[in-house]
Design a protein around this ligand. Structure first.
Ligand SMILES: Cc1cc2nc3c(=O)[nH]c(=O)nc-3n(C[C@H](O)[C@H](O)[C@H](O)COP(=O)(O)OP(=O)(O)OC[C@H]3O[C@@H](n4cnc5c(N)ncnc54)[C@H](O)[C@@H]3O)c2cc1C
Ligand code: SF4
Length: 328
């Protein structure tokens, strides 16, 4: 591994200054992804800036009834936080299923949202694909059973790896990004980017000298939410397909819906057809069925991943049933 300097700032502004200190600099959260990339020679920074002691680790109420979560919060804390469990249960559930207890105790919110893809070609030094500055995608006509079935038209066929990203898009969260020159807020739905030839080496809009410092959740209002992940039996690995649904209710009827799919596209994928068919319906078994069918309309599987259509349909159906309070 290439030698690197380690910086351990105690506040946000020192961390942001350190990101501009020259050479290749990477923020370090719990290191669950970044340290593995270093060991596999995928990333060779000159400097690591630990953000665990520099960024906020709390979840605090906002003035308008929402919740502001610091990017240094650990995943187990998200899973166990009483306000998150009560008001944003799909987020707590997504955090509770990440990896193993050890990974959830080390992994941070900021690191989870900014982790790099799991594509096995990307993770091996020898395969210099588009994402690493090469001129081909090895998955396009290679081993693509865990790759995307939506958003496939670009140069990379990855699926976005973050479990938290999907409920955050579904709840309409925003991210605070900061650099030494200022700060900005971006909707979670606009943070993650589909790959084009110009953007294929990144998965989001974060600049090299910026940090994701907070996740800001809006007041939930009268919503019911559900989350369902399809995994290999008892697996600690990433899910094969999953879904979060957030339903704004009007009595027993669904006023509006957000249905977001995970592990099926290079970004958390809004299933807009499913959202449309849920609008105005009673929240019952039939609604779950039609939402599952609609969610997979327009899927374009690769040679080896057509099975994902079926499990995605199941994930959506069960997420709707979970939102209805049914055991799934
Ligand atoms: C066996 C296994 C199973 C896993 N299963 C899942 C799963 O089911 N779902 C899932 O979502 N993840 C899963 N993971 C991944 C793991 O949860 C994430 O890698 C972890 O959450 C990353 O958090 P971290 O703080 O350790 O990130 P780090 O490794 O420290 O950082 C990850 C990336 O984010 C950047 N970064 C860190 N903090 C910030 C910040 N505040 N602002 C901007 N950039 C930042 C780093 O530079 C780095 O590029 C699994 C990992 C393993 C090993
Ligand atoms: S899917 Fe993306 S990361 Fe994987 S080989 Fe293709 S270009 Fe590389």
């Amino acid at each position: 591994m290439k030698a690197f300097a380690y910086v351990n700032p105690s506040n946000e502004s020192d961390a942001l200054a350190a990101l501009r200190s020259g050479g290749i600099v990477r923020p370090l959260g719990g290191g669950q992804d970044l340290l593995a990339r270093l060991k596999d020679y995928l990333d060779e920074p000159d400097r690591l800036v630990s953000v665990k002691g520099a960024l906020n680790r709390e979840a605090a109420a906002t003035g308008d009834g929402g919740l502001r979560i610091g990017a240094a919060m650990r995943l187990f804390e998200v899973a166990e936080h009483p306000e998150i469990l009560k008001r944003y249960p799909a987020l707590a559930e997504a955090a509770s299923t990440v990896g193993s207890p050890q990974i959830r105790h080390q992994g941070t919110v900021g690191g989870n949202l900014n982790q790099r893809p799991r594509c096995w070609y990307f993770r091996q030094e020898e395969f210099v694909c588009f994402k690493k500055g090469g001129n081909r995608c090895f998955a396009a006509d290679g081993e693509n059973q865990y790759h995307s079935i939506f958003g496939n038209d670009g140069p990379s066929k990855i699926v976005h790896p973050s479990s938290l990203a999907v409920p955050l898009v579904a709840y309409g969260a925003r991210f605070r990004l900061a650099s030494a020159s200022g700060e900005r807020e971006v909707a979670a739905a606009d943070y993650f980017t589909l790959p084009s030839m110009q953007t294929v080496q990144k998965e989001n809009v974060l600049a090299d000298d910026e940090l994701l410092t907070h996740v800001i959740l809006p007041a939930p209002g009268n919503v019911r939410s559900g989350h369902y992940e399809v995994r290999f039996k008892e697996s600690r690995d990433w899910p094969m397909a999953f879904a979060t649904v957030v339903l704004a209710m009007n009595g027993p009827s669904i006023d509006s819906a957000r249905v977001v799919l995970g592990a099926v596209a290079p970004v958390p994928w809004r299933a807009e057809d499913a959202e449309r068919v849920l609008r105005g319906r009673l929240l019952d078994d039939a609604a779950a069925d039609v939402a599952g069918e609609a969610a997979v309309r327009g899927a374009k599987p690769l040679a080896q991943n057509a099975y994902k259509i079926r499990i995605t349909r199941t994930a959506v159906k069960r997420a709707v049933l979970a939102a209805a309070g049914r055991s799934v």
